[in-house]
Design a binder for this molecule. Structure first.
Ligand SMILES: Nc1ncnc2c1ncn2[C@@H]1O[C@H](COP(=O)(O)OP(=O)(O)OP(=O)(O)O)[C@@H](O)[C@H]1O
Ligand SMILES: [Mg+2]
Length: 278
């Protein structure tokens, strides 16, 4: 039964997609060598901009998908998710459901008018939950039905945090949304952790924020992920960091690093496995 992890923060540009793509790719790589366990990973792209999919599944020149996640969310009964699954070009055990910007924008308009509009994704994922080890969901940068669907479906949430005073004070809105989802739909939803991203360690403000986060969330602080040009280059080359800068030596249970970003996302992968599977 897949562990479902939603990557969420209503603030834009904080590293949600980068984290979703690299966590999904890292889990695929890490679990690929583990004998005897289900090693299939599914990446769901709830962001109408579809960056997660671009980065992992397609080469630059591929046409945008015709049928996509939006059909699963709004059609009754939904089409089979099985037929929509595509494999990443970089990892044979990483699957994605294509997302199409225009269709997702339409879906977010139509969803509020539908029955059970908060739990449509949850129902769709139930069809395939036993086929995957992890399902990772990337979310759009606003509050709305797409985010709520991703929270209702989740076992765990990872919250990428921009290391600024504004970024930290803005967390309250998301925490309130999560509390509402816990109250009405998903009593077991768990905040797996807060992940400071795009950290510039030489800035005093960043160091202060990291200390503040450590005091506030001593058992839930992940990372941090530092600002790294490798991550931006990997993204624009339609690759995850493990493909762009592969780990140099890999032993079972370890992703050794060739770049700091590979090491930091590799550490996140290991922490996620420890906290969810063991
Ligand atoms: N650690 C990092 N170091 C350097 N650049 C990064 C890092 N993490 C993300 N980026 C870059 O920052 C930009 C925003 O990241 P990303 O798209 O992951 O954020 P997002 O939260 O998904 O944004 P949106 O809310 O618009 O969906 C991208 O260009 C990405 O390549
Ligand atoms: Mg994004």
């Amino acid at each position: 039964m897949a562990v479902i992890i939603t990557i969420a923060n209503e603030k834009g540009g904080v590293g949600k997609t980068t984290t979703a793509v690299n966590l999904a790719a890292g889990l695929s790589l890490f679990l690929a060598d583990q004998p005897g366990i289900n090693n299939r990973i599914l990446l769901i792209d709830m962001d109408p901009q579809g960056h997660a999919l671009l980065a992992t599944a397609f080469g630059e020149h591929d046409a945008p998908p015709q049928q996509s996640l939006s059909a699963l969310l709004v059609e009754s009964p939904p089409p089979s998710i099985q037929r929509l699954l595509r494999t990443s070009v970089h990892h044979p055990n990483l699957y994605v459901v294509p997302s199409n910007r225009a269709a997702m924008v339409d879906a977010s308009r139509v969803l509020p008018t539908l029955m059970a509009n908060e739990s449509r994704l949850n129902q769709v994922l139930r069809q395939v939950r036993n086929q995957f080890a992890f399902i990772i969901i990337d979310t759009p940068p606003n509050t709305g039905d797409l985010l709520v669907n991703a929270l209702v479906a989740a076992d765990h949430i990872i919250i990428p945090v921009e290391p600024s005073y504004l970024g930290v004070s803005g967390l309250r809105e998301l925490q309130n949304t999560i509390e509402q989802v816990r109250l009405h739909f998903n009593p077991d939803i768990n905040i797996l952790g807060y992940l400071p991203t795009i950290c510039e360690e030489q800035r005093i403000e960043v160091r202060e924020i990291l200390e503040q986060l450590e005091q506030r969330y001593p058992h839930q602080l992940l990372g941090p992920i530092h600002k790294a040009s490798d991550l931006a280059y990997a993204h624009s080359s339609h690759m995850d960091i493990f493909t762009y800068k592969p780990p140099r030596q890999r032993q079972p249970g370890q992703l050794a690093s060739s770049s700091r970003a590979t090491k930091e996302y590799g550490d996140l992968v290991e922490t996620v496995i420890q906290r969810t599977l063991t």
